[in-house]
Design a protein around this ligand. Structure first.
Ligand code: GAR
Length: 213
């Protein structure tokens, strides 16, 4: 049985999707938030999952916060640490500690649109497709070997809310899929590329093409 710790900062819908996937061989050992009022904590607690808050505002700097966070994570001896809408930049020391077992979901087709406000920036750039990426975390923000991506069309008349909802629906599909592959020991890292054993088209899902308007 693999032990998984999930980090959240807010709503936690991706964490919820992973919990509800009930992945064989995986146990969600804890859900940890850096914000005391994160909505996802209530869901996790109601599922009987251990929850904890490590409030970043209580620490003098990133290094102190990351050390406190790691101490709480390590109580659960995780095989995998999952960043599910965890909105903190992590220090290289923290990342190194979990190398190869730390993954993140980012709301864009990386390497496009790293950072924040990805949906609005995609609309402003006029891209025709957008999406989401699950990747291993490396010291550089929103980089790291890509495990799976989902592509969605950008539609005429989209605003940020419409586009982000379309992407979020795909996040809820690909994040549990990525966790499942890792739990099944099918994902390996080859330099800057992640490979998934037994997947011919390695993890690109394309939602139905847009209809004419
Ligand atoms: C998700 O869209 C996720 O991709 C994004 O935050 C949202 C969290 O939603 N993550 C980032 O922007 C990380 N830089 P959730 O709390 O409902 O899972």
């Amino acid at each position: 049985m693999k032990s998984i710790v999930i980090l959240i900062s807010g709503r936690g819908s991706n964490m919820e999707a992973i919990v509800q996937a009930a992945i064989p061989g995986a146990r969600i050992a804890a859900v940890i938030s850096n914000r005391p009022n994160a909505g996802g904590l209530a869901f996790a607690a109601a599922q009987g999952i251990a929850t904890a808050v490590v409030d970043h505002t209580a620490y003098a700097d990133r290094a102190a916060f990351d050390a406190a966070l790691a101490a709480v994570i390590n109580r659960h001896a995780p095989d995998l640490v999952v960043l599910a809408g965890f909105m903190r930049v992590l220090t290289p020391d923290f990342v190194r500690q979990y190398e190869g077992r730390l993954i993140n979901i980012h709301p864009s087709l990386l390497p496009s649109f790293t950072g924040l406000h990805t949906h609005q920036r995609a609309l402003e750039a006029g891209v025709r497709v957008h999406g989401t990426t699950v990747h291993f975390v490396t010291a550089e923000l929103d980089c790291g070997p890509i495990i799976i991506q989902a592509v969605v069309p950008v539609m005429a008349g989209d605003d940020e809310a419409a586009l982000s909802a379309r992407v979020l629906a795909q996040e809820h599909r690909i994040f549990p899929q990525a966790v499942r592959w890792i739990v099944e020991d099918r994902v390996s890292i080859d330099g800057s590329v992640a490979r998934v054993a037994g997947v011919r088209e390695p993890g690109v899902l394309i939602s139905p093409p847009p209809e004419d308007v």
